[in-house]
Design a protein around this ligand. Structure first.
Ligand SMILES: [Cu+2]
Length: 282
């Protein structure tokens, strides 16, 4: 597989721009799907227009730095790394150069899934979300281009806390990418790049039917979980069902991050009402 590192200006919300650093032009980086026993053959390319060195540390890789030194790549260059995935789970990968916190904050993280040998059970939908914090020299919502702010990062005082790289990116008013029918099931892969804040991941109006905390798929899942902690540099795998229609908000239950800083995604379920389960009587 190929990862290309890109430094590119994009909107955080309408009228607010930031110079992101990405794997393959997306935040979170591409979802890498493997199975126990696979060998990952990675080419990492650093675009010639970039100004910084980048690399990648896979938490699914046993080896120095998770591959970081072996993939250190200067602008205009490429490196190759092969590694075998030997244990199952959903793992974060991220850039790990000297200013690792800056590079993750700017968008350089994603999930590599290592399925168990027998694979994962069938579900109707799979969704992929990644949360991270953006530290800028502007106020939240202040129009114009925001520069990165190292002081605010050191104070762990983010301007934005984002799911999938933009304020309210995966919601009906924006990209509207999570749509299901009542009676269906969904599996959510949710990674937290951080670099600093852990998330209290909660589905409003529902529960996680199953949660594999830390993405530890070799363990038994917890059942009917309201809010699951997801640490920076970790992930969770959770399943959800939709007995009744409506919008189901996936949030970091540190709710100021939702109301003011962008940490929200929405699954929309369509289908018939079931008044036995939910009945707004009048
Ligand atoms: Cu980097």
């Amino acid at each position: 597989m190929e990862l290309e590192t890109l430094e590119q200006v994009a909107e955080v919300e309408p009228g607010v721009t930031f110079t992101y650093m990405t794997f393959n032009g997306q935040v979170p980086g591409p979802f890498i799907r493997t199975r126990v026993g696979d060998t990952v053959d990675l080419i990492i390319r650093n675009h010639e227009d970039n100004s910084m060195v980048h690399n990648v540390d896979f938490h699914a890789c046993r080896g120095p730095g998770g591959g970081a030194e072996a993939t250190n790549v200067a602008p205009g260059e490429e490196r190759q790394l092969r590694f075998k995935v030997t244990y199952p789970g959903a793992f974060v990968y991220h850039c790990a150069v000297a200013n690792v916190d800056y590079h993750i904050s700017a968008g350089m993280f994603g999930i590599i899934l290592v399925e168990p040998e027998e694979g994962l059970p069938e579900v109707d939908h799979e969704f992929y979300l990644g949360q991270h914090e953006l530290y800028t020299n502007g106020k939240t919502g202040q129009k114009g281009h925001h520069e990165f702010d190292f002081t605010r990062m050191a104070m762990e005082d983010p301007t934005y806390v984002l799911m999938n790289g933009e304020k309210y990116a995966i919601t009906p008013d924006n990209y509207a990418e999570m749509n299901v029918k009542t009676g269906e099931t969904a599996r959510i892969f949710y990674g937290v790049g951080g670099p600093n804040l852990f998330s209290s991941f909660h589905p409003i109006g529902s529960v996680w039917d199953e949660v594999w905390e830390q993405g530890a798929l070799a363990s038994e899942p917890m059942r009917y979980v309201q809010t699951t902690p997801v640490l920076p540099g970790s992930a969770c795998v959770a399943t959800m069902s939709f007995p009744v229609p409506g919008d189901f908000k996936l949030v970091d239950h540190a709710l100021s991050r939702v109301a003011r800083k962008g940490a929200l995604a929405i699954i929309t379920a369509e289908g018939p009402e079931d008044t036995d389960v939910f009945d707004p009587v009048r």
